[in-house]
Design a binder for this molecule. Structure first.
Ligand SMILES: [Zn+2]
Length: 144
């Protein structure tokens, strides 16, 4: 890992699902997106991602994977505590990408201090996949 990278860690409520982001950016610069879709509103979820960073998800066997909408992305939900902590997606070019919950991170207040409200409900699948491929974080590793 280059020495100007910082590691940011987080977890679901019970701690079974662990998130680790390596990034050269600050949480304030990465920010968070308060998605207005029905699933995210039910969870009060704000999502963060860094396309220049690297994400790892360790589920320790506790993940339920939930698909909705275009059924292309999978929400990572802890089977023990019920918290959705990440969403993953495989791009057309084969890359695994992900977003993570700002609320799950130890530095949540810094991520959430720069939150924008997003509504992607009018997006076509093509636009949605192009946006994800630009903005989501490369997923280095996810344990099932
Ligand atoms: Zn949990």
């Amino acid at each position: 890992m280059p020495n100007n990278w910082t590691s940011y860690t987080g977890a679901c409520h019970c701690g079974a699902v662990k998130i680790s982001l390596k990034s050269t950016r600050t949480p304030q610069d990465i920010g968070a997106r308060a998605c207005q879709c029905s699933f995210c509103r039910l969870h009060g979820a704000s999502w963060a991602s860094d396309p220049t960073g690297e994400l790892q998800i360790d589920t320790q066997g506790h993940a339920l994977l939930y698909k909705m909408g275009t059924r292309s992305a999978e929400f990572v939900i802890c089977a023990n505590c019920g918290v959705a902590s990440a969403a993953t997606w495989i791009c057309d070019d084969g890359r695994s990408l992900a977003v993570f919950r700002a609320e799950c991170m130890e530095e949540r207040s810094n991520f959430l201090s720069c939150t924008t409200t997003t509504d992607f409900s009018d997006e076509t699948p093509e636009l949605r996949f192009a946006r994800r491929s630009r903005t989501w974080t490369p997923l280095l590793f996810m344990s099932k």
